[in-house]
Design a binder for this molecule. Structure first.
Ligand code: ATP
Length: 376
């Protein structure tokens, strides 16, 4: 893509078997392979210490990989100094110059690059209006709100039209309302600019709402890469299944039998579910014939029914209900959580009429995913 100034800003990142071992022997990143496409918004997600910042710092050139290759636009970049990487980075502390005005802060990278005052001023005005901070250009960072400071930091990062945007938890010091507002703004802005972005966070709401694709890490190992819908609906590993989503994905152990007369049985503890062969749920588990697997199903994929309903009904007892305003969650003795709604989708205060007192519960499992049982 070519931007307004006519510069070509193609940018891709590829990591090939990249590992990082720190001097003290800490294995922070373990043979990661990842491709970030031109214009893509890639989020690196994982708990504290999983190695996501180290990956970002290796892309930026602030940290050398112990092994493997970092490719920028298809070229080996392992030995390229940070300043030659056409990269802009935003950190959580913003790092603005306190004695300079907002306008001078944003213009600073252009001044360093020797851009003349006139085009420099135009560019700062363009960026400031894109970010909605035109009216604070004359102020000092100390006279701004947290959200405005964040925008100035963004402005300074994009003013030189980087080919690649790297952000490390840029919203983590802000309150939750502002974070939600700014995450829409940041992902909207980077898409408008068409800048390839790698964004690090431990916040899954941020990851799922902002990303084109999410890369999920655990203890230095890449667990899964996919669109938010893919990693949420069909997680690659049990770790990802349990890590993403609230309430947590229901994970129940089952054994699978494929019957020659074309149906699949799922044996879950003391109950068996019969799934017709042409059912999408059969396809999710059928290739594990004869194995013990973990069946995953989201709470929202369990549709409450009367426990004595015929068909493929999962049965349990409600231990307690938890009310969240927009929905009610039922925690079942079989180790599953279901969302309790009436036929119109409104949350229920108590188990459905007729089951009151009994607290028996039946649910149809609408969508399933299956993985072999992992032992660790
Ligand atoms: P956080 O969200 O807490 O920043 P992270 O996922 O970004 O976590 P990293 O900062 O990449 O994790 O750190 C990964 C691992 O490497 C951690 O165990 C960390 O303690 C270790 N580590 C990071 N920097 C160094 C260093 N300079 N020397 C030794 N170990 C380090």
């Amino acid at each position: 893509s070519a931007d307004k100034l006519g510069e070509v800003t193609v940018s891709t990142v590829a990591l090939k078997d990249v590992s990082k071992v720190f001097k003290d022997g800490t294995l922070a990143v373990d043979k990661i392979n990842l491709d970030v496409n031109d214009g893509e918004f890639m989020v690196l997600l994982g708990p504290s210490g999983c190695g996501k910042s180290t990956v970002l710092r290796m892309i930026a050139g602030l940290e050398d990989p112990t092994e493997g290759a970092v490719l920028l636009d298809g070229e080996l970049a392992n030995d390229l100094p940070p300043r030659d990487r056409k990269i802009a980075m935003v950190f959580q502390d913003f790092a603005l110059y306190p004695h300079m005005t907002v306008g001078d802060n944003i213009a600073f990278p252009l001044r360093l690059a020797g851009v003349e005052p006139e085009p420099r001023g135009e560019r700062v005005t363009d960026v400031a209006s894109a970010l909605g901070i035109n009216d604070v250009l004359a102020r000092k960072p100390g006279q701004l709100s947290g959200g405005q400071r964040q925008r100035v930091a963004m402005g300074r990062a994009i003013v030189r039209r980087p080919g690649l945007f790297l952000m490390d938890e840029p919203l983590s010091n802000l309150d939750s309302g502002l974070r939600a507002e700014l995450r829409a703004e940041i992902s909207g802005l980077t898409r408008e600019l068409g800048v390839t972005t790698v964004y690090v966070t431990h916040d899954q709401a941020e990851a799922l709402t902002m990303a084109d694709r999410v890369a999920i890490m655990r203890r230095g190992v890449l667990q899964d890469v996919g669109t938010p819908t893919q990693v949420y609906g069909r997680p690659a590993t049990l770790y990802v299944a349990a890590f993403l989503g609230s309430p947590r994905m229901n994970l129940l152990e089952a054994s699978v039998y494929v019957h020659l007369d074309r149906y699949v049985t799922l044996n879950l503890g003391d109950q068996a579910l019969y799934l017709p062969w042409n059912d999408i749920r059969s396809r999710a588990v059928a290739h594990y014939h004869g194995e013990r697997i973990v069946v995953g199903m989201r709470a929202e994929a369990l549709t409450p029914v009367a426990p004595d309903s015929p068909g493929d009904v999962l049965r349990g007892r409600i231990r307690y209900l938890e009310h969240h305003g927009h929905e009610s969650l039922a925690f079942l003795d079989i180790g599953a959580t279901a969302i309790m709604v009436d036929e119109m989708g409104a949350p229920l205060d108590s188990p459905p009429i007729g089951q009151r007192g009994l607290r028996r519960f039946g649910a149809v499992m609408q969508r399933l995913t299956g993985k072999p049982v992992e032992t660790e």
